[in-house]
Design a protein. Structure first.
Lengths: 249, 475
């Protein structure tokens, strides 16, 4: 079944066009990878699908499970089952992680506070995280690795239909990377569709994507299989352009 | 009356109006209004059957009121026309009120709506309820009366304990301080007197709850709290008013005298309806090794001026002043704290947290003064402002002055804004803008909420949730 369909997506940020007509489809249960050099529009794609108000769709549309969500509020998208794991999760002073997670579970899964409390502690244990994280303020003073892990904990608890990961592997050490890849693999095996945005290929050592898309200057220039990842690793993004037509599906 | 479920009802309420209620007309026995004159003060004193010394005290204050200029720092009270206000209003009640059931239904209901009788039963050592200008209910649990604790409506204390009252009344916060303290001393009515004898510790809080029942009224209640040597008391003050058209004016006063080694905690939770102009005069004198803690929570009102003040008079005296102010909507809070260090080894701590939203304005005005000779005294001031949108503002005007070289003052200030990215992060987890705001606000003040009894915290959380609900705060 088709889960996400992005049609001719044009997106502006502060009057600058970042995405210039992106098309792709993601079926339920699939894992797709979006790669691309810095500034190609990868994060813009993720934030636009999640509904960030600063990212303005000027043309095209986004369909989720057949419904047009191009202009839906971010919280509505979340309630439909879209979850974005942020590249740079922001610090929210004053809000304790535990309370934030309880509220998230209540809103996204209808789980009451008491039950959520137990679930959260169990999830922390499952993932081998330190439970002291729960009494801290949301992302405040967290290291890059801690922030990424907290995003994973949230995704693990929410069990979304579609998990969008914006560079979950940037700024994390090898051990954290394994943990993060483990959570992604687990969610994927349980049926979550995944759109994984990455700059490097190293997280892909732990995962099995169905499809790889390459984004350059606001357009998907190539879509293909894992061979694209190899090509990029060996020859860089420049090689893709040259070989684009050859490997394009 | 379903008391057991009242807290639940409050927690389920869909709007602030459901909690505060709307004003209904009710019979009043006496009203004094019009121009403030000597005759009026004499009439007020006569109604209260006061001793001569109190009448003289009032008349002296009236003279000061007429002489003193309008303070320069008062802005936004153009609406305030004293001649238009009822300056004294006595609701019609029976003579003997021993129980809530002895009160007229409308008054009883107002307090029930706010869950006051239930809170009294469960959490308090004693309670005084003031409706308009009079204390309509006052009850100290018998076990505490036996310990020698006095808790009486202020008027009754003037009659029964004139020497004790005279010793402190107007000595902590004199009438001549400024125009509004003079006005207060001329017109004071209602309020409570509390005396805790030497070495007595009251295990549960004592509460006074103030309600202004209708528009165009002035309320001038006076609270005097004397904690004798080595005693302990936690006093909670609650303020509320139903929704009405037109404004009302509150010019209350709290005087605290903490003797050697005494501890006084004074907590105010003010949730006046959004058309009350709220003026507070609060001061404590703190003797040797005594400690006074103020928690001043201002949620409601149109404009609030409140600066709980501590005079550290004795060596080793300490104070903490926690000030939380929420201005949500076209309202203003001018709040802060004042501390004078007069003796050696005194310490003070001011924590101010303000939240501005939907065009709200918060002003922090603080004073820390360490006098020469107050050796090794320390003061810390921290001022945090949270601004939830572009239309709202927060200003801080701290004044810290030390004339003692061995003393120190530390001042910190932070301003936090709820930016688009923070909000989006919460939104992307299914949390709406309104919910995100109340979560952030409750988190911001959690340090202060921790010091309050559970039931108060639950009600406060609810009020804040409603403030930011989609229906919106009460405009």
């Amino acid at each position: 079944m088709l889960m996400l369909k992005v049609e001719n997506l044009h997106v502006k940020v502060a009057d600058k066009e970042i995405l210039k007509g992106v098309d792709f489809e993601l079926a339920s249960g699939e894992l797709h990878v979006v790669m691309g050099p810095n500034g190609s529009g990868k994060s813009t794609l993720a934030l636009t699908i999640a509904g960030h108000p600063r990212y303005v769709v000027t043309e095209g549309r986004i369909l989720f499970e057949g419904k047009d969500i191009t202009y839906a509020k971010p919280e509505e998208r979340a309630k439909k089952g879209i979850f974005l794991s942020f590249q740079h999760p922001v610090e929210v002073e004053g809000v304790k992680v535990i309370n934030f997670l309880q509220r998230t579970l209540k809103n996204l899964r209808g789980i009451d506070e008491v039950e959520a409390y137990d679930m959260i502690f169990k999830a922390v244990e499952d993932l081998g995280f330190d439970s002291s994280i729960l009494s801290r303020e949301l992302n405040v003073g967290f290291s890059g690795g801690e922030r990424k892990k907290l995003e994973m904990l949230q995704a693990y608890l929410v069990k979304p239909k579609l998990l969008i990961l914006d560079e979950p592997d940037s700024g994390v050490d090898v051990d954290s990377l394994k943990v993060i890849a483990g959570v992604i693999a687990k969610l994927h095996s349980e049926g979550t569709a995944i759109l994984l945005i990455t700059h490097y290929g190293r997280i892909l050592e732990y995962l099995n994507p169905q499809r790889v898309h390459v984004l350059k200057e606001g357009k998907l220039v190539v879509s293909g299989g894992m061979e694209l990842v190899k090509l990029i690793e060996e020859k860089g993004f420049a090689a893709v352009e040259e070989n684009g037509t050859a490997v394009k599906a | 009356m379903g008391q057991q479920s009242r807290l639940e009802e409050i927690l389920k309420a869909g709007s602030l109006e459901e909690i505060l209620g709307t004003a209904v007309p009710y019979p009043k026995e006496i009203e004094l209004k019009g121009e403030l004159t000597r005759d009026m003060i004499e009439e007020l004193s006569r109604i209260k059957n006061e001793p001569d010394w109190m009448l003289r005290h009032r008349l002296k204050a009236l003279e000061l009121f007429q002489k003193l200029p309008m303070p320069k720092w008062v802005v936004g009270v153009e609406e305030l026309d004293l001649e238009n206000l009822t300056l004294y209003s006595k609701p019609e009640i029976g003579n003997e009120v021993k129980d809530w059931d002895d009160l007229p239904e409308n008054i009883r209901r107002t307090f029930e709506r706010l869950n006051i009788p239930e809170i009294e039963k469960k959490f308090l050592s004693g309670l005084t309820a003031v409706f308009d200008s009079e204390s309509v209910y006052s009850n100290l649990k018998a076990e505490f009366e036996k310990m020698g604790i006095i808790m009486l409506p202020m008027e009754e204390a003037v009659q029964k304990y004139p020497d004790l009252v005279k010793k402190y009344f107007g000595r902590v916060f004199p009438a001549g301080e400024h125009k509004f303290s003079a006005l207060h001393h001329a017109l004071w009515s209602g309020g409570v007197f509390v005396y805790v004898p030497k070495g007595v510790r009251i295990p549960f809080p004592v509460e006074a709850f103030f309600v202004i029942g209708s528009a165009l009224e002035g309320q001038f209640e006076h609270t005097l709290l004397v904690a004798d040597e080595g005693s302990y008391i936690h006093f909670i003050e609650g303020c509320s008013a139903p929704m009405y058209k037109g404004f009302s004016f509150h010019d209350g006063m709290v005087e605290i005298y903490a003797h050697k080694n005494a501890t006084v905690k004074f907590t105010t939770i003010q949730n006046w309806s959004r058309n009350v102009i709220n003026f507070n005069n609060k001061r404590a004198i703190i003797e040797e090794n005594a400690y006074v803690e103020w928690i001043e929570g201002s949620i409601g009102s149109q404009i609030t001026y409140t600066y709980p003040s501590s005079v550290l008079k004795g060596e080793g005296a300490r104070t903490a002043q926690y000030v939380v102010s929420l201005s949500n909507g076209p309202f203003m809070k001018d709040t802060g704290a004042k501390t004078w260090h007069l003796a050696p080894n005194t310490s003070s701590k001011i924590v101010s947290k303000s939240i501005s939203a939907n065009g709200g304005i918060n002003i922090y005005r603080g004073l820390v003064r360490i006098l020469k000779g107050a050796r090794n005294s320390t003061a810390t001031v921290s001022c945090d402002s949270l601004i939830l949108d572009e239309e709202s503002k927060a200003y801080t005007y701290p004044h810290n002055q030390s004339d003692e070289p061995t003393a120190s003052i530390i001042h910190e200030a932070t301003t936090g804004k709820l930016g688009e990215d923070k909000l989006f992060y919460m939104n992307s987890r299914g949390i709406s803008e309104e919910e995100a705001k109340s979560l952030i606000v409750l988190g911001f003040i959690s340090e202060i909420l921790e010091g309050l009894p559970f039931e108060y915290v639950e009600v406060l959380k609810k009020v804040i949730e409603l403030e930011f609900s989609e229906v919106g705060g009460v405009g």
